[in-house]
Design a protein around this ligand. Structure first.
Ligand code: PHE
Length: 511
């Protein structure tokens, strides 16, 4: 009988025939410079004709951890301790003093002491009121553990199957001390059957490859003599460098969807803002440190901003000076309109939500009002890998009758749940414009940590009264930065990446 095998299978059979023993699949792959998958599929063909086969062999490989390598070089902590005692001819010493004189981490120190005791090289006594140790022998031969550790000098990786029973005991100790790591691997060993070893190679024909079947091949049955060239469905297609939405915009769109799904409407406001909306209307006193040049970009052009109607400006002025009708005593200083007219690059999107309060007043709006703003803000920060001078904030407010802190917590929980954070906590916080104020943290299960997201609160009467928003109508508000979350979402370690745009990263993003 003649055999028809693929060319590759015959090549492999030939190579195997020249060897007189079995071979590791990984070695054969290297030798023949072929793909592992190609090899194994060829072996399957050999199996089909009972010419060859493979066995699997489980392997454990052991190597030292960083700490283990350190001890291999410098000795185990107990040996380091002992050497110090011997070099300095110390036969007894207080524990405290020894710890002070030695250059060892506290944890290592105590591990060392405990093992010196286990080796019966020292004794410990508190008899004189002081915790002391004493050398109690004169010879300190290498311990079995040390001898075993030395094996790693010659072999960085040790094959588990080569270890004796005694070695295994020592291995167990190293493992408990976190000094080794194990790697598990399955090896495949390839062999030929008797038939494979002896079959007359001239009886094996090359199976021709075709990439198309014809009707003639089907009707005559000659298709049996061909091998169909397989389609490689996992082979990557050509790289498509088409335009796509920037990851930041994708994230913004997702957050936008969340707000929309909760019945919010989007608002936007000017980037060049008056100090009035950015600070004064938020009841931030005119000498508040956040207003200073170090934090805020002031503009020369335009130099002066337009303020709202005079009576509203007056109402804000009064809240600062004496509390106006808000029930507050205000800050008690002379409010200066020129300071309020200064132009700034908006430092937070809260300026924009305040504009919405102004609109509420002007248009005599009806509650409830639920709006959000996702937009660019500016702060005079030194730019580094976790700070930007120009970044994005996400902010939402609800104006409604009888809303309370519970409503705010409910909203925050729902908002962050939709963002993928089902666990949140709120803690008391401080902002000049909210009372009470809360810091919001969410639990990020990918890194098992609580992360601070941003601020929230109920706008103070000093903020809402000038716009006719009075008990029982209140404003719930919250806001946060976007880039920090983006770093987590996209696993970027440098916040500047979102604007520097590393092309490789952008290309790897989905459409
Ligand atoms: N404006 C605050 C900030 O920039 C966030 C905040 C918004 C706090 C709304 C309370 C209410 O960090």
């Amino acid at each position: 009988m003649t055999y028809r095998l693929k060319k590759q299978v015959i090549d492999i059979l030939r190579v195997l025939r020249k060897k007189d023993s079995e071979v590791l699949a990984t070695d054969l792959v290297k030798e023949m410079k072929i793909d592992y998958i190609v090899l194994m599929s060829a072996i399957n063909d050999l199996i089909e004709y009972d010419l060859g086969g493979f066995r699997e062999n489980d392997l454990y490989k052991i190597s030292l951890t960083g700490e283990g390598i350190d001890y291999l070089k410098n000795g185990l902590p107990e040996r380091q301790l002992l050497s110090f005692l011997l070099e300095n001819q110390i036969k007894e010493i207080g524990l405290e003093e020894l710890l002070k004189r030695l250059n060892l981490e506290k944890k290592m120190f105590y591990i060392g002491i405990s093992n010196l005791k286990k080796n019966r090289w020292i004794a410990q006594s508190k008899a004189a009121g002081e915790d002391k140790i004493y050398l109690i022998t004169e010879e300190f031969p290498l311990t079995n553990l040390e001898k075993f550790l030395k094996k790693f000098e010659k072999n960085v990786i040790i094959d588990y199957s080569t270890l004796s029973k005694k070695d295994l005991t020592q291995l167990g100790i190293l493992n408990k001390r976190n000094l080794i790591k194990k790697k598990y691997k399955t090896q495949r060993i390839i062999f030929l059957t008797e038939k494979g070893k002896t079959i007359d190679l001239s009886k094996i024909e090359v199976l021709k490859q075709v990439s198309k079947l014809t009707s003639e091949m089907l009707s005559s049955g000659s298709w049996r003599n061909y091998e169909l060239k397989p389609f490689d469905v996992v082979k990557p297609g050509p790289l498509l460098k088409a335009g796509k939405i920037h990851p930041m915009n994708r994230l913004i769109n997702e957050i936008r969807e969340i707000f929309l799904s909760m019945g919010f409407t989007e608002i936007r406001g000017p980037i060049i803002e008056s100090a009035f909306y950015n600070f004064d209307a938020l009841f931030q006193p005119q000498d508040h440190p956040a207003r200073e040049m170090q934090d805020t970009f002031y503009l020369n052009q335009p130099k002066k901003a337009k303020l709202p109607e005079e009576d509203r400006v007056q109402a804000v002025k009064e809240t600062h000076e004496n509390g106006g009708d808000s029930g507050s005593r205000g800050w008690g200083y002379n409010w200066d309109i020129n300071t309020a007219k200064k132009t700034v690059l908006r430092t937070h999107t809260t300026a924009t939500t305040i504009r919405r309060l102004a609109q509420y007043y002007k248009e005599n709006d009806e509650t409830p009002i639920k709006v959000f703003c996702i937009d660019r803000v500016f702060r005079n920060e030194k730019v580094d890998k976790s700070h930007l001078a120009e970044f994005t904030q996400v902010e939402g407010i609800v104006i409604d009758e009888n809303v309370t802190l519970s409503d705010l917590i409910g909203l925050l929980s729902e908002f962050y749940r939709k963002m993928g954070f089902p666990k949140i906590i709120t803690r008391p916080g401080f902002f000049p414009y909210t009372e009470p104020s809360m810091e919001v943290s969410v639990f990020y299960d990918k890194i098992n940590e609580w992360l601070e997201m941003g601020g929230s609160g109920i706008f103070r009467p000093e903020v809402t009264y000038p716009w006719g928003i009075k008990n029982p109508t209140r404003v719930l508000a919250w806001g946060q930065g976007l880039e920090r979350i983006a770093m987590l979402y996209f696993g970027r370690k440098d916040i500047r990446d979102f604007y520097i745009n590393p092309i490789k990263w952008l290309r790897s993003q989905s459409y």
